[in-house]
Every structure is written in structure tokens, then in C-alpha cells.
Design a protein around this ligand. Structure first.
Ligand code: ADP
Length: 906
């Protein structure tokens, strides 16, 4: 046991004046420096000094430093602690100051202050070094006894703490290894003591006195701990326990506090996590990263924000299905049955899906294309995706991409970022718990773009079979193999899918349904599903096909069946109320005795509640089962019809024509209205038109003006200059909906031709096609949806561009049968089809001289002379005759019949 301190301090020391906290030798303290003298001391001694000696200061306790250096030095506390400045941290906010970390070395006393400015320097006398065990035997024995007693108490105190905590174990070792005379200072700094008590210990220069003063403090602390342990036993889960020992973080950590309990639990969790990492079957690289992160985690204090971040990361890593997969059960016949059972129609889609599955059955590691179902909402795209997962026996997960505009949503955030998390792909894998699920990327056409990057670009890597076996999420930062995942995408339109993404996918168009298909879907799938959801049976409700057709035509206007499904839901809810009421009434009717039995009370009730009497009279009439949903019931439940088919009435005046439009929701019929008035030759366009559509209107006017003579078109004053003193207004109803595209060209021409000729356009004809200045009709898109819309609207004849003829093959047979098609290659064809008796009306009865200008196939001015229809009332009959005559007469010119673009599909 050494009695002499090995530390030798300089005889002159700069003085740091403190008034909060007392630094004892052997302990560490953080103190704030903001007064002028102390600031000067830090700047010129600590920040500029280069030797070890310049970092030694005299810390004088209990002495406030004057606020300005002009003031005199206050009386200094006689005894201070020589200290080593370990760390200086500076800050300018809220005012310039430093925070000093100082470790106490030994006591000193001031002999004489040598200078006061800019900071005080004093000649000092080192005290601790002089202290030795007194030489006389008696006092030596006495002191030995005291130190022994002190040591015992210290050991008792430390033993009451949890030895498994490394800081406690270290403290226990320190008790044995440190010289006994150093212990009072160190333990006083650790246990709960006031500044005043510490000052007394500092002032106790004699060792005997120091031991004598610190023993009661130790005993007090031991008693406090005993009390705490007793209460803890009684109230295990009492949250508000007294913290007995101030945790002293730098020198050593004293456990026995609440934090320690949490720490214990955390330690258990960490051990579990470590075991999981060892047991998990992640790839080598990922495993290495986990082990590294685990090492870091163990060293980190729990209060660090990074602790939670690292722990979450490790938990995700062990939860991810690195090697867990489901076994595919692929039976094409069963798949076909399942797809057919779940979905009516959609033949093309089902065929392609089966092909895809068949190839998978033959070659399991197929790096095939990503399927993308494109079609209007509610046509069953998502539902087919779900069926594919079911047929394969795989997990299904839907990732909604609509509105996603941050690429971190796909790829995750980097872990340096606060609140970082993995992207949706990795999250989805964690949710399903296997590495070969079916992922449905819903609404890929509605991906956004923002300053946070392009999510579509991030999807490229995910969807590329060549690259996605080592997809790296920013959060994970290690590659995850996505090659086993089956991706299916859905979209409403391909127009807004970025080309690079589109290139990775095989597009399968899912068109809208015809009325007949909708009726079948409704009766096979939607109605049974709704009945089941509402707890109804077919014995309670009956919806005939005629009612379904009514709902389809008069209450919904959509390409899919989602709205139709909702209408059935509304009907079922209404019927459920009736059925429930009926059951209640029946129950009451079955218990007439019971009501009688309760006699008087029932009477009182009836007297006081007149409404219940009227209800009672109803009791005799429970609703008849099954409840039949006819048109009247429909009106009661769904309200008056929302859509009416008034096509023929609409065309009761010149200047109206019916066009066909395509929208992402399916096809629609569209009325084009025109009117003229006196004016300066202005063209007004209304109905929220896009630039392309406006240009079509200008084209139409120009073409009609240049052909006015040919078609006998005149303005109000009879001039062939159609815009002379005339303004024209063109309107496309449903003004709130933005419209664009070139396909309205032929409709605008027809509408204006009707306006200038004063003749009515046929009410049962709809048309679509782009026009050119020469009067050619060019092909347009969305033909199937447009034809279905015309069929839905009850039209009879559709004029389409000749080059779209091939698209008619996609139209279901029965729709083709109900409609007649006229393929037009030039505007003459369109006008002839749109007006009864052709356009212009052939004046000479008997022979119709139609000049069909077929420039389209490089044929210039071929003349066809055909006989006019004899039966002017029936267009059908006339047209077939027309067709026959045409075939006969074209022989004169040597032109092939197919070049004359009048065709019927009858
Ligand atoms: P989408 O994804 O195309 O918007 P959904 O797949 O969500 O449409 O389909 C909407 C609803 O219509 C689902 O309940 C689905 O079962 C039903 N449905 C759509 N098409 C069919 C079909 N051909 N046969 C049976 N049900 C269908």
C-alpha cells in the first residue's frame, strides 16, 4: 500500500474558479466555462499550450467567478484540486462558452496568488503527497482499522449491486487494486452526496478525518439501497422507484436502477437476436454484415439513436425469407378449371396466363417476361393475379403503386437517414415470409415522378429477370435474390407507362365486357358473392336477368363490373333489412300465446305507443319469399335510373352527330353539336378540348369549305363560302371532361355537313376516324371498346376507318351480329353512310353517280357508278342491295371489289 501520491504537480497553477460541483481527486467532472477570466484561461492555456503541463489546472470550488474581468478576484476557497483537462468543447450558442472535462489529480492549497489578470495564477502547495500514514504505532493501527472498516463498507455496498454488469465488476476490482487512501475520494464522488459534503471531504486533508467523514456517507448509502431492495421485492412492477445511486458514467457505471432492468431485458433480446443470426440461412455476404453490425450493437450505449436503428436492421435481416419458399403445385388442367371457375369470359387473358403457367411447369427456372394486364378498372385484372397465385399454391401480395413518386418507396432509404426503412418489395417479402410469392404491382401506369427520383427507374431493376437475382435495397445494403418472385403488373393504359418499363413487360389487353358478358358475370359470380357476404340465400332474393340488364344499361356506365357489383351490394342490403324485419314479424306471429300471456302489460304498451300498434297490424304481412327484384323494386332501392338511351331523340335537328371515344374506363359514345350564326367567320370550340381535337375541328372546316360546291353546302345567305358572315360553334357535351385525340375528325365533318346541308344525321350511326386535309380517313385506336360502347348505347351501325377492319375480329361474335359496320377510307364513304339517301342526295332518280375518291391505296379518281337503293325506308336492305350492285358495277372499271370500301358484316 503506497502512502505517497506518485503525482507531482507544478508549483504554479492557473486557477479555474467554479461554483457548481466539487471535483475530488480520482473523479471526473464536466464544467461549463463562460466567465471572462475562465474563458481567457481556456484560450491561452489549454487551446494554445502544447505541453502536458499546460493542461494541468487548479480547480477552486465554491468560488463564483466575477462576471467581468474589471472586477476584483473574489476570496478564493483555500483548498482546490489539481486537475488534468481531458477535453474542451466550444460552442457559440446561446453565447460563447466552453465545456471542460477535467479529471482530479490531488489536493493543493493556495500559498499566494501571483497574478489576477487575465486569469489568476497562484503558487500552490501539493497536499496529498505530503500525507502519509503517521509513523506512531498507535495512530498507524488506528488508521489501519479505519481504512479496513471503510473497505468493508465499500465492499458491502458494491456487493449489493449486480455483479453481471461489467461496470460493477470493474468497480469491485478497483476496490482491491487502488491504494486505500484513494478510496474515500473516489467513493464520495460515486455515491449520492451533496456539494457541501463533498467540499467537507475535500477540505479534510488529514486521512483519518477523511475516513471518519466518509464512513457515515457509505453507511447511509447502504441503508438506502437495502430499503430500495425491500420495496422492490414488494412492488416488483412499481415504475417509480427511487434511484439510489447516481449513475456515474465515465468512471464507472453503478447499476441497481430502473435502466438496468431494461438493460437486462435488452441483453436477453440481443442474445436471442445473435442466436437467430447464427441459425438463419442467409447468404454468406449478408451473414457477414449481420455479424459486423451485431458487434457494433453490443458496443453501443442504448441511448444512442443508432442503437434502435441497428437493432431494427438486424431484426429485419433475420426475418427476411432468404431461403424459405413454398413448393409450386402446378397442374395446368387444375389451373384451367380454377381460372374458369373464378372468371367468366376473358378468354385471351386466360389463354396467355395458362401458356405462361405451362412453360413454368416444364421449366421451373423460367426467366420469362413480366405479364402486364392492361384494361379499364373493374375488369378483373387484380382478381386474375390472385387466381394465378392460388393455382400455383403461392403467397399473394399486392403492391399499390398508384401515386408513388419517390424511388425510396421501391428501393428503400439508406440507413444513414433518420426514419429510414426498406422499400415496398423487401417489406412485402417480410410480410409474406417466403421468397417466391406472386407480387401484383397494381397501377404501374400511375407511378409519379418527383425530386426524390423516378420510381419507374427503380422498378426496372426489380422487373428485369437478368438483374433481379441480386436486387439491392438501399436499406438492406446487401443483395436479395428476387428471381423466384412472380411479378404481375396491372395498368389502365400503356400511354403513361415509361417506355423502358413497358419494354420489360408483356402487355395483355383486357378489354371491357359486353352487356351479355356482364349479365353472365353477374349471375355466376357477383350475385352469389354478394348474397354470401350479406347472409342471404337464393330462397330469399331473386334477381332476374332482365333486372340485371336494367341495372347494366340504366344504372351503370362502365367497362368493368365494379359499379355493377356495388349496385348488387345495395340491393342485398335493402333486402337484408326486409328479411330481418320479416323474421322478426314471423317470430312474433308464431308466439300469439306468449303475447296474450303477458296480457295487461302488452295492452299498456299498445295504448301508450301508437306506432307499435301500426307495426303490429303489419305483422300479418311478412314479405313473401323470395323477394323478387323487378323494375319497381329497383327504382325503390337504387332511385330513378341514372342513364337513359335517347339516341334517336337527340338527333332531331341538323348539326348533331354521334362519335365514339376511348377512355381508360372503356369506350363511350360522344355527341358532337354544331350551330351557326351571323358573324365574322369565327370558329368557337367548347367542351374542354385538347390541342389535337381543336386541330381536327379546323381540318374539318377547311375540308368542307374546299368541297362546299361538290356537296352543295351553303351558308345562310346561300353562298358556297361557308364562313362568309357566319360564325360556327362546335360543342362536345360533358363539358367537365377533358377530351383529346384525333378520332373525332369524321364526326366533326359529319356534324358540320349536317349543319350546312340542313339534313339530319342518322340516329343509329356512330363513327370514329382521323381525317386529313385531302379527305382521307386514317385508323384510330381502342376499336373494340368503341364498338362495345356503340353496342351498349343501342346503335345499329358503326363507321370505322378501313384500316381498322382487322380489329373487328376482337369484337365478340354476337356484338358483330347486332351491328353493321361500314369501313371508310375517305370522307365520302363516311358522309354517304351517315345520311339517309347518301350525301349529297342524288338528284337523278334511277342512277346514283357516286364518285368515291380512293386515293388511299394509290388509286386515283376511280369512278364507280352504282344503282341506288330501291327501298329508301330500310337502310339494311338498301345497303345489301348496294353492296351487290357495287360488285356488279365495279366490273366496268376493272377495280377489285375490296377496294371499294363499303362493307357489311351481315
Ligand atoms: P381491376 O383490378 O381490373 O380493377 P378487380 O380484379 O378488382 O378489377 O375486379 C373487380 C371485381 O369484379 C372483383 O370482385 C372480381 O371478382 C369481379 N370480376 C371482374 N371480372 C370478372 C370476371 N370475368 N368473372 C368474375 N368476376 C369478375
Amino acid at each position: 500500500m503506497s502512502s505517497v501520491s506518485p503525482i507531482q504537480i507544478p508549483s504554479r497553477l492557473p486557477l479555474l474558479l467554479t461554483h457548481e460541483g466539487v471535483l475530488l481527486p480520482g473523479s471526473t467532472m464536466r464544467t461549463s466555462v463562460d466567465s471572462p477570466r475562465n474563458l481567457q484561461l481556456v484560450r491561452s492555456r489549454l487551446l494554445k499550450g502544447t505541453s502536458l503541463q499546460s493542461t494541468i489546472l487548479g480547480v477552486i470550488p465554491n468560488t463564483p467567478d466575477p462576471a467581468s474581468d474589471a472586477q476584483d478576484l473574489p476570496p478564493l476557497h483555500r483548498i482546490g484540486t489539481a486537475a488534468l483537462a481531458v477535453q474542451v468543447v466550444g460552442s457559440n450558442w446561446p453565447k460563447p462558452h466552453y465545456t471542460l472535462l477535467v479529471t482530479g489529480l490531488c489536493r493543493f492549497q493556495i500559498v499566494q496568488v501571483l497574478k489576477e489578470k487575465p486569469y489568476p495564477v497562484a503558487e500552490v502547495e501539493q497536499l496529498d503527497r505530503l500525507e502519509e500514514f503517521p509513523s506512531t504505532c498507535k495512530t498507524r493501527a488506528e488508521l489501519g482499522e479505519l481504512s479496513e472498516q471503510f473497505y468493508k463498507y465499500a465492499v458491502q455496498l458494491v456487493d449489493m449491486l449486480d455483479m453481471s454488469v461489467p461496470a460493477v465488476a470493474k468497480l469491485r476490482r478497483l476496490l482491491d487494486s487502488l491504494p486505500r487512501e484513494a478510496l474515500p475520494d473516489i467513493l464520495t464522488a460515486i455515491i449520492r452526496t451533496s456539494d457541501k459534503e463533498k467540499l467537507q471531504i475535500l477540505d479534510a486533508v488529514s486521512l483519518e478525518e477523511r475516513f471518519k467523514m466518509t464512513i457515515p456517507l457509505l453507511v447511509r448509502q447502504i441503508e438506502g439501497l437495502k430499503l430500495l431492495q425491500k420495496t422492490r421485492k414488494h412492488k416488483q412492477d412499481d415504475e417509480k422507484r427511487v434511484i439510489a445511486i447516481r449513475p456515474m458514467r465515465r468512471v464507472t457505471h453503478i447499476p441497481g436502477t430502473l435502466e438496468d432492468e431494461d438493460e437486462d431485458e435488452d441483453n436477453d433480446d440481443i442474445i436471442m437476436l445473435e442466436k437467430k443470426i447464427r441459425a438463419s440461412s442467409m447468404p454468406e455476404q449478408a451473414h457477414r454484415v449481420c455479424v459486423k453490425e451485431m458487434k457494433r450493437l453490443k458496443k453501443m450505449p442504448q441511448s444512442m439513436p443508432e442503437y434502435a436503428l441497428t437493432r431494427n436492421y438486424l431484426e429485419l435481416m433475420v426475418e427476411l425469407p432468404w431461403n424459405k419458399s413454398t413448393t409450386d403445385r402446378l397442374d395446368i388442367r387444375a389451373a384451367r378449371v380454377l381460372l374458369d371457375n373464378d372468371h367468366y369470359a376473358m378468354e385471351k387473358l386466360k389463354k396467355r396466363v395458362l401458356e405462361y403457367l405451362a412453360v413454368r411447369q416444364l421449366k421451373s427456372s423460367l426467366k420469362g417476361p413480366i405479364l402486364c394486364f392492361v384494361g379499364p378498372p373493374g375488369v378483373g385484372k387484380t382478381s386474375v393475379g390472385r387466381s394465378v397465385a392460388k393455382t400455383l399454391g403461392r403467397e399473394f401480395h399486392r403492391i399499390a403503386l398508384g401515386g408513388v413518386c419517390d424511388q425510396s418507396d421501391i428501393r428503400g432509404h439508406r440507413r444513414t437517414y433518420v426514419g429510414s426503412m426498406p422499400g415496398r418489395i423487401i417489406n412485402g417479402l417480410k410480410t409474406v415470409g417466403v421468397n417466391n410469392p406472386v407480387f401484383l404491382l397494381d397501377e404501374v401506369d400511375k407511378l409519379g415522378k418527383s425530386l426524390q427520383g423516378d420510381p419507374a427507374a427503380a422498378l426496372l431493376e426489380v422487373l428485369d429477370p437478368e438483374q433481379n437475382h441480386n436486387f439491392t435495397d438501399h436499406y438492406l445494403n446487401v443483395a436479395f435474390d428476387l428471381s423466384q418472385v412472380l411479378f404481375i403488373a396491372t395498368a389502365n393504359t400503356t400511354a403513361t407507362i415509361p417506355p423502358a418499363l413497358l419494354d420489360r413487360m408483356e402487355i395483355i389487353q383486357v378489354p371491357g365486357y359486353t352487356q351479355e358478358e356482364k349479365i353472365e358475370i353477374a349471375h355466376r359470380h357477383l350475385i352469389p358473392k354478394q348474397l354470401e357476404q350479406h347472409g342471404l340465400t337464393p330462397q330469399q332474393i331473386q334477381i332476374p336477368q332482365a333486372t340485371t340488364l336494367d341495372i347494366i344499361t340504366r344504372y351503370t356506365r362502365e367497362a368493368g363490373v365494379r359499379s355493377l357489383d356495388r349496385k348488387f351490394g345495395a340491393i342485398c342490403r335493402a333486402v337484408a333489412v326486409k328479411v330481418a324485419e320479416g323474421q322478426h314479424k314471423e317470430a312474433k306471429l308464431e308466439r300469439p300465446d306468449a303475447t296474450e300471456g303477458e296480457g295487461g302489460r302488452e295492452h299498456v304498451l299498445k295504448d301508450t305507443e301508437p306506432e307499435s300498434i301500426s307495426a303490429a297490424t303489419d305483422l300479418a304481412l311478412p314479405p313473401e319469399m323470395p323477394i323478387l327484384i323487378d323494375f319497381h323494386a329497383l327504382k325503390d332501392i337504387l332511385g330513378p335510373p341514372m342513364y337513359e338511351m335517347e339516341v334517336s331523340e337527340r338527333l332531331s335537328q341538323p348539326g348533331v352527330a354521334i362519335g365514339l371515344a376511348w377512355t381508360p374506363l372503356g369506350g363511350e359514345i360522344m355527341f358532337v353539336e354544331a350551330s351557326r350564326m351571323d358573324g365574322e367567320g369565327q370558329l368557337t370550340l367548347t367542351g374542354q378540348l385538347g390541342d389535337v381535337m381543336k386541330e381536327s375541328a379546323h381540318l374539318a372546316i377547311s375540308w368542307l369549305r374546299s368541297n362546299a360546291k361538290k356537296y352543295h353546302l351553303t351558308n345562310t345567305s346561300g353562298s358556297f363560302d361557308l364562313l362568309d358572315n357566319t360564325d360556327i360553334h362546335l360543342h362536345f357535351p360533358a363539358g367537365a371532361v377533358t377530351k383529346d385525340g384525333p378520332s373525332a375528325g369524321v364526326t366533326i365533318v359529319t356534324c358540320l355537313a349536317s349543319l350546312f346541308s340542313g339534313r339530319l344525321v342518322r340516329s343509329d350511326v356512330a363513327m370514329t376516324g382521323e381525317i386529313t386535309l385531302r379527305g382521307l380517313v386514317l385508323p384510330v385506336g381502342g376499336m373494340k371498346d368503341k364498338v362495345l360502347a356503340a353496342h351498349r348505347a343501342g346503335l345499329k351501325c358503326v363507321v370505322i376507318p378501313q384500316r381498322n377492319e382487322k380489329d373487328l375480329e376482337e369484337v365478340p361474335g354476337h356484338v358483330r351480329q347486332d351491328l353493321s359496320f361500314i369501313t371508310a377510307s375517305c370522307l365520302d364513304d363516311v358522309l354517304n353512310a351517315a345520311f339517309d339517301g347518301g350525301f349529297p342526295v342524288k338528284t337523278r332518280p334511277g342512277v346514283l353517280n357516286s364518285k368515291l375518291t380512293c386515293k388511299y391505296k394509290g388509286l386515283d379518281k376511280q369512278k364507280y357508278s352504282v344503282l341506288p337503293p330501291t327501298n329508301s325506308s330500310g337502310w339494311q336492305a338498301r345497303r345489301s342491295l348496294f353492296s351487290v350492285k357495287l360488285k356488279a358495277t365495279v366490273l366496268n372499271t376493272g377495280q377489285k371489289t375490296s377496294d371499294c370500301h363499303f362493307n357489311t358484316w351481315k
